[in-house]
Write a protein that binds this ligand. Structure first.
Ligand SMILES: Nc1ncnc2c1ncn2[C@@H]1O[C@H](COP(=O)(O)OP(=O)(O)OP(=O)(O)O)[C@@H](O)[C@H]1O
Length: 641
């Protein structure tokens, strides 16, 4: 319930939009940095500023063939802004990677030169490290491999006439640049080529950068330098929140780099979170920069709870279920009982474990090259199972003959027009063959069996129901492998060998082999997770999003990472020597980084928030979070196993 006696603060941020709009005068542009915490409506301010440009400067910009550029952090954010502006071509919304590539894409000779210098420099560093390091270790092996790859790439550079790059692809071909190279090249070119600066500023006299705290630091430095050099004809508008810098790439101390002549409007209201959560995030933030927010007068009070568990709980999914019941009791909100809450985990494998697809996921996630496509659901070897096998088996088992026919018509080579015309007058036989293949496949689940991916794959090969991708063809038993499959597999191996090192291929093959031995039934939970249909998200992946009810799970032990340490943030683990050194020299520590991540996750909640923390020392965690004034003693519960 909102507090009827609270002071009306609804106009608190009223002047901010006007202050931003005043900066957008093309005759007298002024750059600005918007100070605004979580849930303060930065996206709304950004869109409003663009609408202001649409009304006040459209004609002038269009006549001069110019526009406004907006750099967003993700493709989703990009789409959302485009949509809110009705896809107006005046505003060029892109991710930093596509903007960077659009700037440098035509300079092939300069790119070659940059790469040559860059690779040479890396080789010098690697060789120096190799001379110092111990032999026979994994690091030494990796170094030698990197040296060999670097030399090979250097040798090939001159033969590449045109470089290619896809901002959303994995850029594996010889002539492709990787993501960090494109960012590095764009930053260096923008800093070193006045011509490119002029092209950029002439085309886009206004550039907005969203999530500026996480924008690559080299590029941010380049933009800041351009702004300084061209301040009379260029407006750089930075949106974002320094407390929400959660990627290593972002510029540390961005707020300190803002020149004195910029406008620095401040938003103080948080429209998303209820009062209790605003109070919590203000406390969390107080150790960083002390920026305080308020909720609008009519916001609700909201709820927070902090549950602490010892590490090594056997069945985390079961244990964690009870917290939803507790939250429903505390809040009186049945959404918690209906599973209508978002669970934020630190690493994808924590979701895999809770959703029951960790066996199939873990071996593939270990292969670095596959990670992006594994997580965005584009791995073709898995799509065979999730988009062809799973739906056809589900349809068959629920007696949905229409759906079976639909899927087989779409995906089965047995029903392709060429197969049917080759069958001539025997088309009916071909259709029956397809049906028999589906029956054969579905039989694998008879008697409550749980077939492995390998068994499913072998059955597909035997019946030829679906096309088996090259990457999997090599895992068929010899009898199932037709000549083409065999040949394709060999070609691929040779090609890959040339591209990379044998050991990498061996690791990859081993990963696939391990995957194939796991139960096929895990595919559904995996497919739902990567399609964003599961109630799970990662701490970093939910940046910018909001949910009614949020459960944040923290477990350093399960996360296996080194970047963050909740145990340190919650006082269960002492600072390391390097934390103390960093603290003394004013550099950021693991605790600072973790605090920011915690701020991001807690501030996603619109109504109620549950934290579930696993710890080596549950009592120390309780004492710390209560002692810091983050939670009251009544809001914290320690559970023992
Ligand atoms: N002026 C406003 N009045 C009412 N609601 C608003 C206003 N501005 C934003 N909101 C709402 O507040 C919520 C937070 O807005 P938004 O997501 O833009 O915040 P943000 O500053 O980008 O947050 P974060 O940095 O935490 O991701 C959204 O639900 C949005 O619709």
């Amino acid at each position: 319930m909102s507090d009827p006696d609270a002071i009306d603060n609804s106009t608190m941020d009223a002047g901010v939009e006007e202050e931003i709009h005043a900066c957008l005068d093309l005759a007298q542009p002024r750059s600005f940095f918007l100070y605004a915490g979580a849930g303060s409506g930065k996206t709304r301010s950004l869109v409003n500023a663009l609408k202001e440009v649409q009304t006040s400067s459209r004609k002038q910009l269009v006549l001069a063939g110019r526009g406004v550029a907006v750099i967003t952090y993700t493709n989703n954010a990009c789409e959302e802004i485009k949509q809110r502006l009705d896809f107006d071509p005046l505003v060029e919304v892109s991710t930093i990677h596509s903007l960077a590539w659009s700037l440098i894409g035509g300079y092939h000779a300069d790119i070659r030169k940059w790469l040559r210098e860059n690779i040479k420099q890396k080789l010098i560093e690697l060789e120096a490290a190799a001379a110092k390091g111990r032999l026979g270790t994994k690091a030494a092996e990796d170094r030698q491999r990197s040296i060999a790859i670097g030399k090979k790439r250097l040798g090939r550079l001159d033969s590449i006439k045109r470089f290619v790059y896809s901002p959303t692809g994995d850029n594996r071909t010889r002539d492709s640049l990787n993501h960090s190279e494109v960012i590095g090249i764009a930053a260096d070119f923008l800093k070193g080529k006045p011509l490119l600066q002029n092209i950029l500023v002439s085309k886009y006299p206004i550039i907005f950068i969203d999530e500026s705290q996480d924008t690559n630091k080299n590029l941010m430095d380049a933009f800041l330098a351009i702004q300084q050099a061209q301040k009379d004809r260029f407006c750089l508008g930075l949106f974002g929140d320094t407390m929400q810098r959660i990627y290593a790439d972002g510029k540390v101390g961005l707020e300190k780099a803002i020149p004195a002549d910029w406008a620095t409007p401040v938003k103080k209201l948080n429209y998303r979170c209820p009062h209790r959560i605003i109070q919590l995030i203000n406390r969390v933030r107080s150790a960083a920069d002390g920026q305080m927010q308020q909720g609008p007068k009519d916001s609700v009070q909201g709820f927070v709870r902090f549950f602490i568990l010892p590490n090594n709980m056997a069945d985390v999914a079961d244990v964690e279920e009870q917290f939803a019941t507790k939250m429903a009791e505390v809040t009186g909100d049945s959404g918690w009982l209906k599973g209508e809450f978002k669970t934020l985990i630190l690493e994808h494998h924590m979701a895999a474990r809770r959703l029951g697809f960790d066996a199939m996921f873990t071996p593939l996630y270990a292969i670095e090259r596959l990670r992006t496509s594994l997580l965005d659901g584009s791995l073709s070897s898995l799509r065979l199972f999730s988009e062809e096998v799973l739906p056809v088996v589900e349809a068959f088992r629920s007696d949905n003959a229409f759906r079976v026919a639909e899927i087989t018509r779409k995906h089965s080579p047995l029903l392709r027009p060429e197969a049917l015309s080759a069958a001539g007058s025997n088309q009916l036989i071909q259709i029956q063959k397809t049906k028999a293949a589906v029956v054969e496949l579905a039989k694998l689940w008879n008697n409550d069996a749980h077939p492995s991916f390998q068994l499913v794959l072998d059955t597909l090969a035997a019946t030829k129901l679906f096309v088996i991708p090259d990457a999997l063809a090599i895992f068929l038993s010899q009898a199932d492998m037709d000549e083409t499959g065999d040949q394709r597999a060999e070609d691929k191996a040779v090609d890959d060998k040339e591209e990379d090192e044998t050991s990498k291929i061996d690791i990859e093959l081993e990963g696939w082999r391990e995957f194939l031995a796991t139960p096929f039934d895990q595919i559904k939970a995996y497919a739902d997770y990567v399609a964003g249909k599961s109630p799970f998200g990662t701490h970093q992946g939910v940046k910018g999003l909001e949910f009614q009810r949020v459960k944040v799970v923290v477990s350093d032990e399960e996360a296996r990472g080194f970047t963050f340490s909740y145990e340190k943030l919650f006082g269960a683990k002492a600072k390391s020597a390097s934390d103390i050194r960093n603290e003394e020299s004013g550099d950021e520590t693991t605790i600072d980084r973790t605090r920011r991540l915690f701020y991001v996750t807690c501030s996603r909640a619109m109504e109620s928030l549950a934290i579930v923390a696993y710890s080596e020392k549950p009592d120390a965690v309780r004492n710390s979070v209560v002692g810091e004034g983050w939670f009251t003693a009544e809001e914290v519960e320690v559970l023992t196993d």
